[in-house]
Design a protein around this ligand. Structure first.
Ligand code: ADP
Length: 460
């Protein structure tokens, strides 16, 4: 009990982390049981600091009734990434103060993204939200769009705006520590990705929909051994080295592997089967060896091999020496991985029967997880993910859309949401003065993705 008394004096609590409900994801709040709020001396709306391996901040709100008796704090995927803590782990929570920022610099959180444009929208978006330099934050509402069709792009000479959630990194703040943006904050948006100090990818479990059982299985197989190798040492068994993800294209295999790496605090290395096959004589093996070598140096790490059937086809069915050598190289590398190396290799294929049997022996890819085409509930979840942060028109019913998208995989649903957003942009184009630098706020306010936008996108 001495422990908790000290904790009370210092106004610190440690709670287990649980995932925020889907609909609360992205709001930047931490749901705390009232008992914890009392210990901390905070009320709803106050700021707390959350510390796992890193520290970040959140606004307190009271836990849902059914959570009051549990010693958990609900955090969304971004918050878990920012605090560097996984679901089920403990996070330290302290009462904190946020100071007004004089200056905040943002940059895109991923390499593929390039942004430019006015920063008022950012100011509105993050107004009064507590942030810490290095945090990953998500915008909601109108943001510059990527993948604009050229005919739309040509019509805008100022940055084109549409309706997609964009992740940004807080590059720096003045002052340092926990700050918030207010009327007087000067905001800078850098156009290009900047390497964060600790390189974490930005996808997490909240971004993969409709496969919660699969996530659970993969967590046990991958996250557990990467995080707690001592569990396996103690039991005298070898942790799994290889997992085969089996399912049709576009069902989220790559995204899931990235999420696991991210949530396990592991470095992520990706190898694309067909791409590596295309390298010159001897080059493919060399590339493979290099990736395994880099993973070894960076461990804990996950190596993801997409379309493994193309680099490791059944040896008796391939004519070429090159393929045979590559399969052999992969087997050697797998066997060479020490079981305590803290590396898990995840391979994806939609043709599990086409890969060399030797790869599936014990100690290699001896676990298999099947990812199927999502059912209606799954599609609903995936729709929620891809419309997160979109201002949806009143008639939009995700349940209805889930019902009419039978047979769609995650990638199809992502494309549908993108197309619907672009339709919405096309609709407001007549109201836009193409010579103006920015789009007037009232036009942006009126921008909604409606039911018809989805339905016409569906027809294409
Ligand atoms: P795979 O590796 O199975 O071919 P990806 O992970 O590359 O599929 O998915 C491609 C894109 O489709 C993702 O970036 C994402 O936008 C979307 N997507 C696919 N599956 C899901 C899912 N289960 N939940 C959310 N988005 C998904």
């Amino acid at each position: 009990m001495a422990d908790s008394e000290t904790a009370t004096e210092e106004r610190i609590v440690r709670l287990q982390v649980a995932a925020a409900r889907q609909e609360e994801s992205g709001r930047g709040v931490a749901r705390l049981p009232r008992s914890a709020m009392q210990t901390l001396g905070v009320t709803e709306g106050d700021v707390v600091q959350l510390s796992g391996k890193r520290s970040t901040a959140a606004i307190v709100i009271a836990a849902h009734d059914e959570d009051q008796a549990l010693a958990v704090v609900r955090l969304d995927g971004l918050q878990r990434a920012n605090a560097e803590v996984g679901s089920g782990e403990h996070v330290k929570i302290e009462a904190a103060q946020s100071r007004p920022a004089t200056r905040v610099v943002f940059a895109p959180a991923s390499r593929e993204m390039r942004l430019q444009g006015p920063t008022q929208a950012l100011k509105r978006n993050f107004f009064r939200k507590p942030i810490v330099s290095g945090d990953l934050v998500a915008t909601t509402g109108q943001q510059p769009v990527q993948n604009m069709p050229p005919e739309v792009q040509r019509m805008f000479n100022a940055p084109a705006y549409a309706l997609t959630q964009i992740r940004l990194r807080v590059i720096s703040t003045a002052p340092k520590g926990i700050v918030h943006i207010d009327e007087n904050t000067e905001i800078e948006l850098r156009p290009d990705f900047e390497e964060p100090k600790a390189g974490r990818s930005v996808v997490n479990y909240d971004d993969v929909g409709g496969i919660s059982e699969t996530i659970q299985q993969l967590r046990e197989m991958v996250e557990l051994p990467l995080r707690y190798p001592e569990l396996f040492t103690r039991l005298g068994v070898d942790p799994p080295k290889g997992v085969l993800l089996h399912g049709p294209p576009g069902t989220g295999k790559t995204r899931l592997a990235q999420a696991v790496a991210n949530e396990s605090d592991a470095e992520f290395f990706a190898i694309n089967g067909p791409e590596i096959m295309g390298s010159g004589y001897g080059e493919s093996e060399k590339r493979l060896r290099e990736v395994f070598e880099s993973a070894n140096q960076a461990a804990p790490a996950i190596i993801f091999i997409d379309e493994i059937d193309s680099i490791a086809p059944k040896r008796d069915s391939v004519p070429g020496e090159a393929e045979k050598r590559l399969v052999a190289q992969l087997l050697t590398l797998m066997d060479g991985l020490e079981s305590r190396a803290n590396i898990v290799v995840i391979a994806a294929t939609n043709r599990p029967d086409a890969i060399d049997e030797a790869l599936r022996r014990p100690g290699r890819f001896d676990r298999e997880i099947v990812i199927g085409v999502p059912d209606e509930t799954g599609r609903r979840e995936i729709l929620a993910i891809h419309t997160r942060g979109m201002p949806l028109g009143e008639g939009v019913d995700l349940k209805e859309l889930a019902r009419v998208t039978h047979g769609f995989v995650g990638a199809d649903i992502a494309a549908l949401a993108r197309e619907a957003a672009i339709d919405a942009v096309r609709r407001i184009m007549p109201q836009i003065d193409l010579d103006a630098q920015t789009i007037p706020p009232e036009v942006l306010e009126g921008l909604h993705v409606g039911r018809d936008d989805f339905l016409s996108a569906l027809k294409r």
